[in-house]
Design a protein around this ligand. Structure first.
Ligand SMILES: Cc1ncc(COP(=O)(O)O)c(C=O)c1O
Length: 299
């Protein structure tokens, strides 16, 4: 049969290849982002409770209201932002689905999307499937800074979106408030959207602060932010995440989301909502991860 692939350059992704090799050779697997420790027992208990107590049918399309309310509280405590849980948050099947949905909702054929590479591997195929054109800004060592003047030259009349990722996979670079201000200045007064992948928001060490878009009200107005419970609570196998965006953008996001997955796994949503009631569950995460980082550095 003559199949015209929509992604002719794509083979098996690097994570599957490396994980298979690690299994074959009994090697420690640092390639795929799953931890070798379990998710918190108290979270497992709450998820199990809701599984056993009838939360097994479709959740609302945008997500369980209590979970969205708790996430709005988390964002207020963490970044001082005022997010409307009804209109500005949608629960997704992991960050990957949120990224795919955001790109599909806004990118039309021929639109340019600026990607900062190396990058998480799902961005580029999602852009290509939407008919968009990836425009690559390459990072260079040793400091992997963004030269915003060089970056600005890549913006054209066709630029529809810029994808940023901080803390960054695979480099681990953390962008500063000055970077975010530069991004704001470059895109201010344009219709360019920012897709901000913040799944590693809690992997931040040595007293640094994660510079979420949520800290920058002007940038927030033209941004979609993506988060992952898999990364935050070391439960990557549950594939749960969420997208945050101003209502105008979230309305478009949900139009695609409802025909993409419609809604996500209900008992896990109820379980996470209960777990998030105590802010310490996320306020202690940087310390938790820094201990592991320090151990890794010493070893
Ligand atoms: C930068 C980045 N974004 C998104 C994801 C995907 O997150 P999820 O498992 O919630 O889809 C990953 C996973 O490795 C990642 O590294």
């Amino acid at each position: 049969m003559n199949i015209q692939s929509k992604l002719p350059a794509v083979g098996t992704n690097i994570f599957s290849v490396m994980s298979a090799l690690a299994n074959e050779h009994g090697a420690i697997n640092l390639s795929q982002g799953f931890p070798d420790f379990d998710c918190p027992e108290a979270l497992q208990e709450r998820v199990n409770f809701h599984l056993k107590n009838g939360k097994n049918q479709y959740a609302p399309m945008a997500g369980v209201p209590l979970l969205r309310k708790r996430l709005a509280q988390k964002m207020e405590k963490s970044y001082g932002s005022q997010i409307d849980p009804d209109t500005e948050i949608t629960i997704t099947a992991g960050a990957t689905q949120a990224l795919f949905t955001a790109i599909t909702a806004f990118i039309h054929s021929g639109d340019e999307v600026i990607l900062i590479e190396p990058a998480y591997d799902s961005y580029r195929p999602a852009i290509e499937l939407a008919g968009g054109v990836p425009v690559i800004y390459e990072l260079h060592g040793p400091d992997y800074q963004i030269d915003w003047e060089r970056f600005g030259k890549m913006i054209s009349t066709k630029t529809k979106m810029i994808i940023i990722n901080t803390p960054h996979n695979p480099i681990g670079k953390v962008r500063s408030a000055v970077d975010m201000q530069a991004l704001d200045e470059l895109t201010s007064g344009t219709d360019i959207l920012i897709l901000s992948d913040e799944v590693y928001e809690h992997l931040i060490y040595d007293g640094k602060q994660h510079q979420s878009i949520l800290r920058f009200p002007a940038l927030f107005k033209r941004s979609l932010m993506v988060y992952s419970f898999g990364k935050t609570f070391h439960s990557t196998g549950w594939k749960m995440g969420y997208c945050v965006a101003p209502e105008l953008l979230m309305r478009e996001f949900r139009k695609v989301h409802q025909f993409n997955v419609f809604s996500c796994n209900s008992f896990v949503q109820y379980g996470i909502a209960d777990y998030l009631e105590n802010p310490e569950t996320y306020q202690q995460l940087s310390i938790f991860y820094q201990q592991k980082r320090d151990f890794f550095r010493r070893s």
